[in-house]
Design a protein. Structure first.
Lengths: 107, 202
């Protein structure tokens, strides 16, 4: 156990890079939203993609999802719940989009 | 201890069978948490715009406040990662220091969020004002309640660390609570994007 320190580099590079990327992605999403002049649909697509990218950074660089012997089960669980999340969110929006022509719809 | 087939470089929290299975089990719990938050997000999107003639989000959301909350939580996720980094180098001092900073950042986040909620209620947007604000407060409030629980949980683990030092048991608990903390930041990324950013832009 004593010489464990050699196996981990002294400076936590992956954390620092992950943190810097998170801040850059957050500010970039803000810029896309307010300054880019893209259409509303494009803004939604781009900022959601940026959020997914940032979530992946957290999972890989901070949470070490792929480090253990059980990593394929861990990744599988998260991918499956992501599928559930997309089905629930997109499905709800889709189902509730019918018969709403007379109401104010934000998009 | 049922520690057998691992190399000496295996982190403490993975050295026992119990530790490994607990960590896997916690990932499965996080999968269930994703499902929970997805239902709250779905409700929020469906009720988006149903403000019943009351205040609309674009009137109340402010970039500055949201950014402060976002950076507090982002930074706390980073310092929590550093805590694990020090734990794996067997530095109890570094671990305790960075966990302490993480908790302080978490508490500040909570303070800003409570201040924000009180401000909205003063402006006439409360839980019962409209379908939109109900969905807003339930989604962000559930996340805030998770943060509050995380702070209490990690504070208790900190006490155990002081009493027992770094063992396979305590390091497993620290590692699992760090997964929980990072996960709360992941949820916040989507709240920041879908609720605040799109709420201000659209």
């Amino acid at each position: 156990m004593a010489n464990n320190e050699q196996t981990h580099s002294h400076f936590p590079w992956s954390h620092v890079i992950g943190f810097a990327l998170s801040i850059i992605l957050t500010l970039f999403a803000l810029w896309v939203g307010f300054e880019s002049g893209l259409s509303n649909t494009m803004i939604i697509v781009v900022v959601v993609a940026l959020a997914l990218f940032q979530a992946a950074i957290q999972l890989l660089m901070f949470m070490h999802i792929s480090e253990s012997e059980d990593s394929k089960y861990q990744v599988g669980t998260i991918l499956y719940s992501l599928f559930i999340a997309v089905a629930v969110v997109a499905g709800s929006i889709w189902v509730m989009s019918f018969g709403m022509d007379h109401m104010h719809m934000p998009m | 201890m049922d520690a057998v087939e691992h190399s000496p470089n295996t982190p403490l929290e993975y050295q026992t069978e119990t530790g490994r299975l607990n960590i896997l089990g916690f990932w499965i719990f996080l999968g269930a948490e994703i499902a929970l938050f997805s239902t709250l997000f779905a409700t929020y999107f469906v009720l988006d715009g149903r403000t019943a003639g009351g205040p609309v989000p674009a009137d109340l959301f402010e970039v500055k406040g949201v950014l402060i909350e976002t950076f507090l939580l982002l930074t706390s996720s980073f310092t929590c990662g550093l805590a694990i980094h020090y734990m794996r180098r067997h530095s109890l001092k570094g671990l305790v220091l960075w966990i302490g900073i993480t908790l302080a950042l978490g508490l500040s986040f909570l303070g800003f969020e409570i201040y924000e909620f009180i401000h909205y209620i003063h402006e006439g947007a409360a839980l019962t004002t409209s379908a939109y604000w109900s969905a807003f407060f339930v989604l962000t409030g559930t996340h805030g309640a998770h943060v509050a629980m995380g702070i209490a949980w990690i504070a208790l683990i900190l006490i155990q660390l002081k009493q027992r030092g770094l063992t396979p048991d305590t390091s497993r608990k620290v590692f699992i609570s760090s997964l929980y903390w990072h996960f709360l930041d992941v949820v916040w990324i989507f709240i920041f994007t879908a609720v605040y950013l799109l709420g201000m832009v659209m």
